[in-house]
Each structure stands twice: as structure tokens, then as C-alpha cells.
Design a protein around this ligand. Structure first.
Ligand code: ATP
Length: 215
């Protein structure tokens, strides 16, 4: 499978944030978005995830010889700044919802909720309401969401912001395993996350580009 973005443009409110963004990622490849605050990294990730309609262009998952394609959002996990979990529900209830809602794509194999909890280092507390957990524990369970439903594309927006070094290391391991199995990762991150061989895309933001042209 390949992830292909062609000539994407996106608008927030009145402002065109970027245009002409294209990239191709093959199985096992990662793309890291680089750019100052407000340059459009989160906006691009939300477009790829299908959470924001592009102003122009398209982003698709293309299979085999290219005759079959699906919108990228149908094969993607999105881990944004927020955890996307209900505070009142237990961890098991939250992860069960995501497992059933997202399902496994492409005959992939996912982990059970207990296995995923063990993998993020938090086996044994999945019966607790999500809201009872520490911020770091909550983030680790948000990462477990990536494991309970198999989706080949992981879209990650600052996934380890505010986490301790061991959580960084744990998550880098998850990313590495995902890529080694032929997964695709597109991320905005200031942590290395084991993405040393990743492709990079520099986001400049529209105002910045206009200023550069004027200078
Ligand atoms: N909901 C929104 N409505 C209007 N403008 C928005 C909205 N969200 C973001 N923007 C604007 O879009 C631009 C790009 O924001 P975006 O969050 O994509 O940047 P970023 O590169 O991810 O920044 P950061 O590194 O700070 O997370 C910014 O100028 C921001 O003010």
C-alpha cells in the first residue's frame, strides 16, 4: 500500500494555510513534518485524517498495481493533541469503543485490549475510569488505541508531548514495530521517535511565505 497526497491545499477560516503539498509514502516509510508554530503541521495532519476537508487536492491509500484506492482516512489512525477518550468510561470501555468503531483494515491483526495495555506498560488498571488516571497514563492508553484496531497509516500530532523519557522510548518502539511490519507514519513531532530515516516535509505557513516573497 502507498499513501499518495496530490496538490493538497487547506484553509482555516479565511486563511489559506498551505497549497501544492504533495508526497508519496510506501509501506514502511515515515514522513516527519517540520515547521515553526502555526506553520500548518496540524492542519495537514487533520486533512490526511479526513477531519478537515482540503481546499484542493486529494490524499489516498493506493493498493497493489494502483487500480484500487481508498480515501486515506479509511485506513488511518489519528492521534491528535487530545486523547479522544471519555473520562467517565473505563479504559476497557473506551478501547472497546475504538476497536469496534475503527475495526481492522486489510485483514491486519490487532492486539486484544489486555495485550495493548501490557504493551503500553499499564496492564491491570484497565477497569478504572479514564478520568481517574494521571495525564501520562491517559496518554499511554491513547497510544494503546493504535494497537487495538489495525490501521496501516498512523497520523501522529506531537504524540509524546509532556511525557516522560520512558514513555517516549516505549512509543518509539511501537512506531518502529509498526514501520517494520510495513506500516506508514506521518508525524509532527519534536522527539526523535526512532524516525531518523524518515522523509521530511517543511511546512512554511502561508503568511510566512508571503513575507519571504516580499523580502
Ligand atoms: N480552528 C481554526 N480556525 C482558524 N484558524 C485556525 C484554526 N486552527 C488553526 N488555525 C490557524 O491555522 C494556522 C496553522 O495552524 P496549525 O495548528 O496547523 O499549525 P502547527 O504547525 O501545527 O502549529 P504548532 O507547532 O503550534 O502545533 C495557524 O495560523 C492557526 O492560527
Amino acid at each position: 500500500m502507498r499513501l499518495i497526497a496530490e496538490d493538497l491545499a487547506a484553509r482555516r477560516g479565511e486563511d489559506l494555510i498551505f497549497s501544492g503539498v504533495s508526497f508519496t509514502l510506501a509501506a514502511g516509510e515515515a514522513l516527519v513534518l517540520i515547521g515553526r508554530n502555526g506553520s500548518g503541521k496540524s492542519t495537514l495532519l487533520r486533512v490526511v485524517a479526513g477531519l478537515l476537508r482540503p481546499e484542493a487536492g486529494r490524499v489516498e491509500a493506493v493498493f497493489g498495481d494502483g487500480r484500487e484506492s481508498r480515501p486515506a482516512r479509511e485506513v488511518s489512525h489519528y492521534l491528535g493533541h487530545r486523547n479522544a477518550m471519555k473520562q467517565e468510561l473505563t479504559v476497557v470501555e473506551n478501547l472497546t469503543f475504538w476497536r469496534d468503531f475503527l475495526g481492522d483494515v486489510q485483514g491486519g491483526v490487532s492486539l486484544s485490549i489486555d495485550e495493548a495495555a501490557e504493551t503500553v506498560g499499564l496492564g491491570g488498571i484497565t477497569h478504572l475510569p479514564f478520568g481517574y488516571l494521571s495525564a501520562g497514563q491517559q496518554r499511554r492508553f491513547a497510544m494503546a488505541k493504535l494497537l487495538v484496531a489495525h490501521r496501516p497509516v498512523w497520523i501522529l500530532d506531537e504524540p509524546t508531548a509532556a511525557l516522560d523519557a520512558s514513555a517516549d522510548q516505549m512509543f518509539a518502539g511501537l512506531v518502529h514495530t509498526h514501520l517494520s511490519k510495513g506500516g506508514i507514519v506521518i508525524a509532527a513531532t519534536h522527539q526523535p521517535l526512532g524516525l531518523n530515516d524518515a522523509k521530511t516535509l517543511v511546512m512554511k505557513g502561508f503568511e510566512y511565505r508571503e513575507m519571504e516573497e516580499m523580502a
